[in-house]
Design a protein around this ligand. Structure first.
Ligand code: GDP
Ligand code: MN
Length: 387
């Protein structure tokens, strides 16, 4: 789950990372009130989850209430790379002497945490990596040992931050690493981390991506869930408690078990199709779960066929087949459905489906045949369009 800048800064502050005082505003009047509170000059910042807000005109300095008013009204409602601005963050403006970059993330390949620091902050780190990879200092951190003081010091030395910024930057790196580990994040990034003319170092931007698997130990994340940016399909899936990820293809996918769902995406790709989603219905494939899953997939106008791939284990094939039949009686599905049932009681399951088969409901004995049929149907079907 990705946080907005203002949420990321609040998260940083919990771990002692210095950020500028500020507040959120959803209207022009609220923006002015926040600026009056923090003082001038103030910065008016668009809260959208996309980089390059500055260049797009979504970040403006204001030295008076009138200027806050005019910037806030220009930025609220602005479209930045497809993200419409509905919320602003107003903070006390900082004087900037230098802009740096700092981050921690996972290096899955190395099975380590990766720390990165650069003296070339304020611009896209991908651009720095492409133009001048040596300008990014890196360190691999063993998650068991954590970040040592020596490693933090070496990072800022290797990155050649200005001498006066180094002690402050080392402190922030240690706090940022704690935020990454104890805060259960997949990514924490400060760009820019700034040095002020009076020699202080602090975070001017915040990018935080939280690890959803750790949600059970963070009841306070509920507030971030409430503002999460999801598309219509994902919202519906979330409200029904389904493990759903929207994709851009035309074959809707329902499978039991995350591994089987992943393999199903692969086999659909392999036979020349493109999956519209990832959806794992887990162990209990009863009529309720199946109806919910079909309903979510049915809201996606790109879906031209649906592939239900079930491997019976503890959940028996006949139960699943009954669930599918009942679910189809409850929801009206626009796209044709291809079903493959294997594993425990698969034969009984197929018998149950047999009496309901048509050109809209097709059963295939193997995953590959089912995938081929689903892809053929998707390619043959006209665009569904939505009223
Ligand atoms: P992003 O472009 O979307 O990543 O937004 P940032 O929050 O990183 O801000 C972009 C740029 O705006 C920064 O690199 C700064 O140059 C500038 N900026 C942001 N806040 C301030 C501030 O308080 N004072 C000054 N002078 N510039 C700022
Ligand atoms: Mn930034």
């Amino acid at each position: 789950m990705d946080l907005f800048e203002y949420q990321g800064k609040q998260y940083f502050a919990r771990f002692g990372i210095p950020v500028s005082p500020g507040g959120v505003a959803d209207t022009v009047d609220e923006a002015v009130a926040q600026a009056e509170r923090v003082g001038y000059p103030a910065v008016v910042k668009a809260q959208v989850q996309v980089g390059g807000r500055g260049k797009a005109g979504g970040i403006k300095l204001a030295s008076s209430a009138e200027e806050v008013r005019s910037h806030a009204s220009a930025i609220l409602g602005m479209d930045i790379k497809g993200h419409v601005v509905g919320r602003l963050w107003i903070e006390k403006a900082s004087d900037i002497k230098r802009e740096y970059y700092a981050s921690f993330t996972l290096d899955r390949g190395a099975r380590k945490h990766l720390g990165m620091v650069s003296a070339r902050g304020g611009i896209d780190i991908e651009q720095v990596a492409a133009e001048d990879p040596k300008a990014i200092a890196r360190v691999d951190i063993d998650p068991v040992d954590g970040l040592s003081d020596a490693q933090a010091k070496r990072l800022v030395d290797d990155a050649q931050l200005d001498a006066e910024a180094r002690p402050g930057a080392v402190e922030i790196l240690k706090q940022l690493y704690r935020c990454f580990v104890e805060g259960d994040a997949d990514l924490v990034e400060i760009n820019p981390l700034v040095l002020t003319p009076d020699g202080r170092v602090h975070a001017l931007d915040a990018k935080v991506s939280l690890d959803n698997n750790a949600e059970f130990r963070h009841p306070e994340w509920a507030e971030y869930r409430a503002t999460e940016v999801l598309d219509e399909r994902e919202q519906l899936a979330r409200s029904k408690g389904l493990q759903y990820i929207g994709l851009t293809g035309s074959v809707g996918i329902i499978a039991n078990g995350a591994g089987l769902a992943m393999s199903t995406l692969d086999v659909v790709n392999q036979v020349g199709g493109s999956p519209a989603n990832f959806l794992d219905i887990g162990g209990g494939a009863d009529a309720n779960v199946m109806a919910n899953a079909l309903e979510v997939i049915n809201t996606d106008p790109n879906v031209r066929s649906i592939f239900i791939n079930i491997f019976g284990g503890i959940t028996r094939g006949d139960e699943v087949a009954n669930g599918i039949v009942q679910a189809l009686g409850r929801v009206n599905i626009d796209a044709p459905i291809v079903i493959r049932i294997d594993g425990t009681n698969a034969q009984q399951g197929r018998e149950i489906l047999k009496t309901h088969e048509s050109d809209r409901l097709i059963s295939k004995p193997t995953m590959l045949e089912a995938a081929r049929t689903a892809v053929e149907l998707a390619n043959r079907a006209p665009a569904r369009g939505r009223a």
